[in-house]
Ligand binder design. Sequence first.
Ligand SMILES: Cc1ncc(COP(=O)(O)O)c(C=O)c1O
Length: 449
Amino acid sequence: MKYFEIKNGKTYYNNLDMQKLAENFGTSTKIVFLDIIEKQIKTLKKCFGDAIKKVGYNGKFIYLNANKANYSSEMVFTAFKFCDGLETSSHYDLEYTHKLTNLFDEQNDKPIYANGFKTKGYLDKIVSMHKSGVKVVDIVDSMDELDYLLSKEYESPLEIGVRINLKGLYGHDGENDRFGLSKEELIEFKKKLQNQNKLKLTTIHFHQRGFSFEEDKFYQNITKACEKYAEFFKDFKTLTTLDIGGGTPWSYEGDFNYEEWSEKLIETLKDYFDKKQIKHPNLVIENGKYTMKDAIINLYEVIGRKKTNESFVWALLNTRLMEAIPEYYMCGEPMKFVPVNNIDAKMEKAKLAGITCDCDDVYAEDENFVMIPEKQKEKQIIAILGTGSYQESLTSQASVRHCLIPAEKRIVSFIQNGERKFLEVEQEQSAQNVFDLTKLNKKYLEQFS
Ligand SMILES: Cc1ncc(COP(=O)(O)O)c(C=O)c1O
């Protein structure tokens, strides 16, 4: 979707004058647009809804929010209101999700898809939520996980999916994808699921990382996933759902055509399953980046300029860039910087730096620069667009860790009277601490309704 626009020499985001936003709130500032989250979800649901009708597909489209993209509770809460269900990544993520869903009873029937590595705590929570009537689908990612689930007793079968390890997913060429079960494990998996009624296999799952959309690879992977679905369907008539994980395309220019994409995807599924004479599966997509990325912008001011060479000027921003855009430093994810004001002035090339005293605190590869006015007459504001997904998770925003994996306990060791001592100064992070840090409570969330 296109949220950034230039009209009559002014910049707008989400139809709001960006310079005015900077004047009203000052810098450094992040603005979170909850209405963008709503719009993103509604848009994709409409695209798939229309595609399903047009193509004559018999399965449903199920939009999940991948919580890991941002745990700010007002953001997850907004996604929760408009999406069909939530996807979790860890034990605390599931505790967090359960608490959130319990806060708002009227929405409490939405499914939760539990992904990621399952610790004992995570599995026990899945089982206990299932027993209490919540629809949790456990996406099995290891044989140990399957064995543990099979060792439990259930009154009604627990719904499960299986994550398949597909070679050649983009972002994970070669053998570097640790997720999913291998070919050999899948044979064992099938055997173990025969002649039992504790677990009901409904879902085939895979995930491909969507840094940049490569259509050919995307469809190669979709075809492989369909093949797995068809292969499993021979033995498991309980299958209903194909879950293609996250990686929904997103473009910096906001010009990706989601109508075409959804239609082609639905057509591909219909063609494949019609040929195999298999009932069309429901399609689940776990949208992290697509849901959250556009929902935050950062506003900074150029508070210093420096020229250390002839070809560009350094623009020093009142922030710690390394922490503002960690995904760029950790995973090479490019970011979109734009000058907010003075856009009609004579421009020069600038590379950006934060004001930490760290020489790596720069956004300075050759292609990474912004044009800023040669002469600065008034405050120059620079915005970073699309920081809503992963930037906050990866820098432990408000001390909330990536995928809500608890922060370590902290032990200080020192010598006292010639003897080594160990003092525990912080305990391992608790789920309650996560709820407090994310402000996961009704009073806080009701402000945004
Ligand atoms: C299993 C799974 N689903 C969904 C996602 C979300 O992906 P994206 O942010 O590309 O939508 C991820 C991201 O790591 C994932 O691992």
